[in-house]
Design a binder for this molecule. Structure first.
Ligand code: NDP
Ligand code: 8X3
Length: 254
């Protein structure tokens, strides 16, 4: 029977790339995100390209009841999830703490921390019942270092780092694998979302060096997911060759 991967935030960027990589590897997919039309077109692209089955569930990870209902409403055969990729996340704003927008803070905390918890709460119990499973949490270099004006986003990703370690400890007796993948700069819709649609400002983030693309991160996630049963990758940090730390990017011709 084909394995199953559940990917949160599959409508763009790293989540969408994971959908292609895991489908290529023969996984049936549960794809989630808020933008239903994107989920539908991704599902149809995957159905055309790979011989796998795709289920979609459109909900906002900040809405606890919606997470619980949408996941629990999946048919039982879809609850045999082998890999949960906790990827849905975002940054909003890049301002000093004293000027921060409290609603941006709420959005980041509710999405990056609480949304990840809500999905993990449901799916980890399926995994315990199934007797197997692997949770892969998408953190960030922002969860390893703090950079100026990154304050709350960095705090949410430090929380993901802590939750990854906590899940690993708590799920240890159940044989469930837990991994964090911490990317550096990846050119996706991330910066456009952070700068609220300001495409010029978003583009500047990736100027003068070759950033990662979503596929690079998806292949790293696949590496962690495809180790033998007795091997758990606790965490991986992956960044562009031109980046050595959150604030250390070597840019040419600027
Ligand atoms: P994108 O903006 O391209 O994709 C973000 C995904 O998250 C979308 O599918 C979006 O779906 C989903 N999402 C956001 N908010 C919600 C929500 N409230 N409910 C459900 N889904 C949501 O960004 P990336 O692919 O770059 O980001 C993916 C993850 O990688 C995030 O956790 C991010 O923090 C992390 N990351 C990104 C890096 C980068 O440089 N790009 C580096 C390090 C980590 P929709 O809007 O349809 O709901
Ligand atoms: C995204 C990477 O450096 O913008 O998590 O925080 S960074």
């Amino acid at each position: 029977m084909a394995k199953i991967a559940l990917i949160t935030g599959a409508t763009a960027g790293i989540g969408e790339a994971c959908a292609h990589v895991f489908a290529r590897e023969g996984y049936n997919l549960i794809l989630t995100g808020r933008r239903r039309e994107r989920l539908e077109s991704l599902a149809s692209a995957i159905n055309n390209q790979y011989n796998v089955e795709v289920a979609i569930a459109s909900f906002d990870v900040r809405n606890r009841q919606a997470v619980i209902d949408n996941l629990n409403n999946l048919p039982d055969q879809w609850k045999k999830v082998d890999v949960l990729i906790n990827n849905a996340g975002l940054s909003q704003g890049l301002d000093p703490i004293q000027n921060g927008d409290a609603s941006d803070w709420d959005t980041m905390i509710d999405t990056n921390i609480k949304g990840l918890l809500y999905a993990s709460r449901v799916v980890s119990n399926w995994m315990i019942e199934n007797g197997y499973g692997h949770i892969i949490n998408i953190g960030s270099i922002a969860g390893k270092e703090v950079y100026p004006n990154g304050n709350v986003y960095c705090a949410t990703k430090h929380a993901v780092d802590a939750l990854n370690k906590g899940m690993r400890l708590d799920l240890l007796p159940h044989g469930i694998k837990v991994t964090a993948v911490h990317p550096g700069a990846v050119e996706t819709e991330f910066s456009e979302v952070r700068f609220k649609g300001d495409k010029d400002r978003a583009k500047k983030v990736y100027e003068g060096f070759e950033p990662l693309v979503a596929q690079d991160v998806a292949e790293t996630i696949w590496f962690a997911a495809s180790r033998p049963a007795h091997v758990n990758i606790n965490e991986l940090t992956v960044m562009p060759t031109a980046q050595a730390g959150a604030t250390s990017i070597f840019r040419k011709n600027l």
